[in-house]
Design a protein around this ligand. Structure first.
Ligand SMILES: NC(=O)c1ccc[n+]([C@@H]2O[C@H](COP(=O)([O-])OP(=O)(O)OC[C@H]3O[C@@H](n4cnc5c(N)ncnc54)[C@H](OP(=O)(O)O)[C@@H]3O)[C@@H](O)[C@H]2O)c1
Length: 277
């Protein structure tokens, strides 16, 4: 894969093209904060925005997109169904509320946010229905480990196209990456810059000097060279621009391996088997 452009894409199993780089908006406040973050990202060339109903900022994302004047078909918008709506079986209502807040007729990608036990197979049926209606161009899952996928896949009529999981140098989960690949499921990283902590890792400080880039830029480039879609979050204009400045260099295979070797199976966020929300 050639990675030389912020608008480069990976092709999902149904042919939809997903930009491999985007803006995450977790913990970004609705209103001015998210509207500015999305505005600055779009100005910097981003075309992929990752939100979720639980982030409570879909309205602001929608406002900013609308104000940008960028044709809808040039954008890639992801949102996710929250756990309570899986538990009380109001998935379709949740989806429709998201569309309304985002002020759009469709999302590009709709995800099951977490694998709620004994519910996610049922939720998936609703996502399949949404997909068939054309109101989600692609559907997928988030925080699914191999055993969750093994439970979902036999009953799925439509295969998930994406799995968005926590992924960074301390949590590579190469076997999950390989498993997803074998089912043509695109792997997407959340918390790709370890919420800023990557700046403190000695290997990254060294590589940053070698490539004349920052540790954050190195880790985002590592994602893309591994074929992983990445969605760093920032609400700061300079950082939004800085994080996207990764298309003019390439890590060597040896340096990719050095980063892979940092893996210690460490989750910073909730674990998909023990989350309690
Ligand atoms: N599916 C899921 O369950 C799930 C869970 C978590 C996240 N996500 C998605 O993934 C996205 C990214 O993950 P994340 O937000 O958890 O973490 P992240 O992108 O790894 O890190 C974001 C943090 O790093 C800071 N930051 C951004 N650019 C920086 C830079 N150049 N130098 C230093 N610090 C920088 C940000 O602060 P400032 O904003 O102040 O710049 C923010 O505190 C989320 O926004 C969300 O869309 C999904």
């Amino acid at each position: 894969m050639i990675i030389d452009d912020i608008n480069g894409t990976v092709e999902l199993s149904n042919g939809v093209k997903m930009p491999y780089f985007g803006l995450g908006v977790f913990k970004t406040k609705d209103g001015e904060e998210v509207e500015n973050a999305v505005k600055w990202a779009l100005e910097a060339g981003y075309r992929h925005i990752d939100t979720a109903s639980i982030y409570n900022n879909e309205r602001g994302v929608g406002n900013s997109i609308k104000a940008s004047g960028i044709p809808r078909e040039e954008l890639f918008i992801t949102t996710k169904i929250w756990n309570d709506r899986q538990r009380n079986q109001t998935v379709l209502e949740g989806f429709e509320e998201s569309l309304k807040l985002l002020q759009t007729d469709y999302v590009d990608l709709y995800l099951i946010h977490w694998p709620v036990k004994e519910k996610f197979n049922q939720t998936w049926k609703v996502l399949e229905e949404i997909y068939r209606s054309g109101r989600a161009k692609a559907i997928g899952v988030s925080n699914f480990l191999e055993h969750h996928l093994k439970e979902l896949l036999p009953t799925a009529e439509i295969m998930p196209m994406v799995n968005q999981v926590e992924c960074h140098p301390y949590l590579v989960q190469q076997s999950l990456i390989d498993f997803c690949k074998s089912y043509d499921i695109v792997y997407e990283a959340w918390s790709p810059i370890m919420r800023g902590k990557v700046n403190e890792l000695p290997l990254f400080i060294k590589l940053a000097e070698k490539y004349q880039k920052s540790p954050v830029q190195i880790v985002l480039r590592w994602d893309l060279q591994k074929g992983i879609v990445t969605i760093p979050k920032s609400v700061q204009r300079e950082r939004i621009i800085h994080n996207a400045n990764i298309f003019d260099f390439a890590l060597t295979g040896h340096d990719m391996d050095l980063i892979d070797a940092l893996d210690r199976d460490e989750h910073f966020g909730a674990h998909p088997d023990t989350f309690d929300f």
